[in-house]
Ligand binder design. Structure first.
Ligand code: KIV
Ligand code: ZN
Length: 525
């Protein structure tokens, strides 16, 4: 048990931000990240000054444990945390995974509600209390901070929730977390629950309460704010609100609500709000899961003013329709255009807004490429910068698209065919023909026949860019290649060429496990 960070005199009465993007967020379908990607995101969370990063669930798998260790090794600043069941094995796995961390926290959870006790755990109330005592007593020896979560707290009997929390506090918990695991509560109820726990749970003075709200009814942020009003001094949340099912409390929405309305919320966070937009952008890129355009704080329309009457008001005084500035959350100002007259400082600033932190050497390299691009295209877009940073290019693959022909048959049930010709330094020119549901699908099928690679397309986005030399297209693809999710991005003179190139680039990023031509019988021209 700690009496330092949680109760440190310098800690004051601020609301601690416990980020669970890499644990509750990452465990949701479609949001998995590699250890390297997790470290990249954790770096942004550290730059944002979140108080705690829940880096994973060490006992869940060797991969999870390795990612927790990697983050613990690389990240300085926030306390680093691993989730753990109330079992000695889990606690020891968390201690080992977190061993390189400067400051370590364990987050032990055990369900307390009747439905979980009876249907899942098959434990009596007494057995649950005993398990809390055993687990927390063991953990108190190995960590700087101990957190206990009463899973499904909001559906737990009042008297038993108080008893379980008091038991955890007696046996070394520094933080008592009250999860609305199934997202069933509402602000009035959650406020009453926190007020009651604050009154009734006997605990050492430094112990704080924490909220962990799920968004099944779209109330996770409101519920977390109500908990803060009732005295909670930690909120568990995730970038873009990702998490199990409908997600967790959105970090950026919670932080900005506390920031914009200090008159009604009694405590502030230590978050550098200008890092919110970059972190959101980074997460979208890493997971391939975009937020809705109208998403609060980080959606692309969050600061757009289209209606004439609004634009008029904005020109007269931004405060007519703006309760916070885009700059305050690190969103790019609408006027910022990067071109050949832009300097390195402007480029670096824009890269930071996109979630990149290049070292000086890498920045110089990218700056040279940026100038070349600006000369060719005039304006350099965000998409171009992402391409530069990620190393995507038109020639990212050894294969080159030489020609595509698309055909649709006539009649009541038309079919689409594509003939694609590719060129390869070793294999020369190869072409094949295939059908598919739509011209791009047919082209992809032909490419798979030529290259012998099998790809399941998860998503494809195309965009037209205007350049000084005319129009060009950018395609961004996400594919499943032999069980691995891979993304590719490329430019091209038309949509189909850009799409084919993006697929070829994805192949390049994830080489085939066997030889490249296992099944295909392409026609050689
Ligand atoms: O939702 C939940 O109850 C959790 C716990 C592990 C805290 O994520
Ligand atoms: Zn949760």
């Amino acid at each position: 048990m700690s009496t330092t960070a949680i109760n440190h005199p310098a800690a004051g009465d601020h609301v601690r931000i416990f980020d669970t993007t890499l644990r509750d967020g990452e465990q949701a379908p479609g949001f998995s990240m590699t250890p390297t990607q997790k470290v990249e995101l954790a770096q942004l969370l550290a730059a944002m000054h979140v108080d705690v990063i829940e880096a994973g669930f060490a006992a869940a798998s060797p991969g999870d444990a390795a990612a927790v260790t990697e983050i613990a090794r690389e990240i300085e600043g926030p306390t680093l945390c691993s989730l753990s069941r109330a079992s000695i094995g889990d606690i020891d796995a968390a201690a080992e995974a977190l061993s390189p961390a400067r400051r370590k926290r364990i987050h032990i959870f055990l369900a307390t509600s009747p439905i979980h006790r009876e249907a899942k755990l098959r434990m009596s109330r007494l057995e649950v209390l005993k398990a809390i005592e055993t687990a927390l007593s063991h953990a108190a020896e190995c960590f700087d901070e101990v957190e206990f979560s009463a899973e499904d707290a909001l559906r737990t009997e009042d008297d038993f929730l108080t008893e379980a929390m008091a038991c955890a506090a007696t046996h070394g918990a520094d933080v008592l977390n009250v999860p609305d695991t199934v997202g069933v509560s509402e602000p009035g109820e959650i406020r009453r629950v926190f007020e009651r726990l604050m009154r009734e749970v006997e605990r050492p003075e430094h112990v704080i309460f924490s909220a962990h709200c799920h968004n099944d009814l779209g109330l996770a942020v409101s519920n977390s704010l109500a908990a803060v009003q009732a005295g909670a001094r930690q909120v568990e949340c995730a970038i873009n609100g990702i998490g199990e099912r409908a997600g967790n409390c959105s970090l950026e929405e919670l932080v900005m609500a506390l920031n914009v309305r200090p008159d009604i919320f009694p405590a502030a966070t230590r978050v550098d709000t200008t890092q919110l937009w970059p972190a959101s952008q980074k997460l979208m890129r890493l997971t391939g899961a975009p937020v809705a355009p109208n998403k609060a704080i980080v959606g692309k329309n969050a600061f757009a003013h289209e209606a004439g009457i609004h634009q008029h008001g904005m020109i007269a005084d931004r405060r007519t329709y703006e309760i916070m500035t885009p700059e305050s959350v690190g969103a790019p100002g609408s006027e910022l255009v990067l071109g050949k007259h832009s300097g390195k400082h402007a480029l670096n600033q824009r890269l930071a807004q996109l979630g990149y932190q290049p070292d000086p050497e890498r920045l110089n390299e990218v700056f040279r490429e940026f100038k070349r691009l600006a000369d060719d295209h005039g304006e350099v877009t965000d998409a171009d910068l992402v391409s530069l940073m990620e190393g995507y290019s038109e020639s990212g693959s050894a294969w080159q698209v030489m020609r595509t022909e698309l055909r649709t048959t006539a009649g009541p049930r038309p079919k689409q065919f594509a003939r694609v010709e590719l060129s390869h330094p070793d294999r020369g020119r190869v072409s094949d023909i295939a059908s598919g549901e739509g011209p791009v699908a047919a082209a992809f099928a032909a490419v798979q026949r030529i290259t012998g690679r099998k790809a399941d397309v998860i998503g494809l986005e195309t965009k037209m860019l205007r350049s000084q030399t005319g129009r060009e297209f950018v395609a961004e693809i996400e594919v499943d290649l032999e069980g691995q999710r891979v993304r590719g991005r490329a430019r091209g003179p038309d949509v189909v060429t850009a799409a084919i190139d993006s697929l070829l680039f994805a192949f390049e990023r994830q080489p085939a496990p066997h030889t490249p031509q296992q099944t295909a019988q392409p026609a050689v021209m």
